[in-house]
Ligand binder design. Structure first.
Ligand SMILES: Cc1cc2nc3c(=O)[nH]c(=O)nc-3n(C[C@H](O)[C@H](O)[C@H](O)COP(=O)(O)O)c2cc1C
Length: 168
């Protein structure tokens, strides 16, 4: 199987990490993969905040029930929708989904693990306050990143349930 397909199929959400740090080069490579995601009109409405400081990670962990995941991570990347750069909310958010998936796959390709945390969106404004960002930045996800300390499995619905029409 080619490497892209292999990476897509073998990536799993990692929620438990070792204490090993993640190199600056690897963090840059993950962000770079996000930067090159497709977006409508190529408007690139994503923005990133890096959280590596332990005290800041602890404060972030208090804003989610996935506290243990945040505390275990070497760092977190908060991903924002920069509304001033947007042109169509649906399309902008889909583009940011592609950006996040690019980063997840880049992390996996570097033997890092990542968890896409969505539940923390219940505390969007608290995350902005913690990071000193105004409300032109709308939190869409937090990625917890680190070296994997687990090998979880996962399941998917069968293709026959997903393919609702095949004409011709
Ligand atoms: C929009 C979105 C929100 C998610 N939110 C969370 C979350 O808050 N906490 C968490 O542990 N995993 C979260 N996940 C990860 C999913 O649980 C995971 O992708 C799914 O169970 C499939 O497992 P896999 O990624 O290992 O294949 C989220 C994933 C997406 C795409």
């Amino acid at each position: 199987m080619n490497q892209v397909l292999e990476a897509i199929l073998s990536r799993r959400s990692i929620r438990k990490f070792t204490d090993d740090p993640v190199s600056k080069e690897d963090v840059s490579a993950v962000l770079e993969a996000g930067r090159w995601a497709p977006s409508g009109l190529n408007n690139q409405p994503w923005r990133f905040a890096l959280i590596k400081d332990r005290a800041a990670l602890e404060a972030l962990s208090r804003l989610t029930r996935y506290e243990d995941v945040v505390l275990s991570a070497a760092l977190c990347i908060a991903v924002f929708y920069h509304t001033a750069s947007g042109y169509n909310r649906d399309k902008d958010i889909l583009g940011i989904g592609a950006c996040i998936q690019n980063m997840m796959l880049a992390a996996h390709s570097l033997s890092l693990g990542a968890a896409w945390l969505g539940e923390i969106l219940n505390k969007k404004s608290d995350v902005n306050a913690l990071l000193g960002l105004d409300d032109s930045y709308e939190l869409l996800a937090v990625l917890a990143l680190g070296h994997p300390d687990e090998r979880p499995g996962s399941e998917r619905r069968p293709m026959k349930e997903l393919l609702v029409r095949s004409i011709g």
